[in-house]
Design a protein. Structure first.
Length: 303
């Protein structure tokens, strides 16, 4: 299509995607309390306080530490409702705006590129969801370890709700994206950019790099959360390495067998001496030139 048609189609795709996000955000605004309760329930069940502020101030019990979720400011509840609703709208409407993006890009892709794209989407989405669910499941343990650093005595731990939601969101996104690492390595192997043998040679550096990444990415400083993130990525990395080794072995057998009956053989692109080729071709194609007006083999000099 002409450039103007492409720009018009892009505008229409973006308008549909934004409309879907806005509609889902409006619907999610009526249920933002349920969304907040869903996100904060694991941490509240782990470290939440059931006592009132007066009971906490007068209590001398220090055996079990807890935290109380708070909201600071008059406009904070309204801003929080907008943020939670918009986040829910983007996540829930993701199939729609991802489809609009795919519908705009897909016509320009070749068949094998579409095949790789389908494999990436249908494999990457479960991996991201699995990483996010894994982060959601380890949040209570992480919160329990962190709350134990609260000094003993008449000290209350007040946890702002917006900070808590940012913590949950960041952990879910970081865990989800980190689970995409083996998929990226597999795609690079399928395209021939890296081999399984090279990936296997990286195992020491990859284990160290994944461990450092887990230590930086997790919001807590305890080794339990770090290992909870690093352990599954180690397993996925070695799984991607095993797949790449098997794929390289299959590729070598296929190359040794040669092309199939319905496949074209490889072209011989070995360069030759241009001057020598032109001399031989001219000697074969042109008749002997004459110095006079006589014709040689029926041709004169002009012909």
């Amino acid at each position: 299509m002409p450039l103007a048609e492409h720009l018009r189609e892009l505008r229409n795709r973006l308008a549909k995607a934004l409309l879907a996000i806005v509609l889902v955000t409006v619907v999610a605004a009526f249920f933002y309390n349920d969304i907040i309760n869903f996100l904060t329930k694991p941490i509240l069940d782990s470290i939440g306080c059931d006592k009132t502020f007066e009971q906490l101030a007068s209590s001398s019990e220090t055996s079990e530490k807890c935290a109380r979720i708070t909201i600071n400011g008059l406009l904070a509840p309204f801003n929080l409702a907008l943020q939670v609703s918009l986040m829910a709208g983007i996540v829930i409407a993701s199939p729609i705006w991802l489809y609009q993006l795919w519908a705009f890009v897909a016509p320009g892709l070749h068949r094998h590129e579409k095949k790789y794209a389908y494999a990436f989407v249908f494999t990457g989405a479960p991996l991201f969801v699995g990483g996010g669910y894994f982060a959601y499941s380890v949040l209570p343990t992480t919160a329990k370890v962190l709350i134990d650093f609260t000094p003993s005595g008449d000290i209350d731990n007040l946890l702002p709700l917006d900070d808590l939601l940012q913590l949950v969101t960041r952990m879910v996104i970081v865990f989800g994206l980190s689970f995409e690492l083996p998929l990226l390595l597999v795609m690079l192997n399928l395209t021939g950019m890296i081999t399984g043998k090279r990936m296997l040679g990286w195992w020491r550096g990859m284990i160290m790099g994944i461990t450092v990444f887990a230590a930086v990415a997790t919001p807590s400083t305890d080794p339990l959360s770090m290992l909870a993130l690093a352990g599954p990525i180690w397993v996925l990395y070695f799984g991607a390495t095993l797949f790449s080794l098997l794929n390289d072995k299959r590729r070598r057998r296929r190359d040794a067998a040669g092309p199939a009956d319905d496949e074209a053989s490889d072209l011989d692109l070995t360069p030759e001496d241009i001057g020598e080729v032109e001399t031989v071709s001219a000697a074969r194609a042109l008749p002997e030139q004459s110095s006079g007006t006589d014709r040689v083999n029926g041709y004169d000099d002009v012909t």
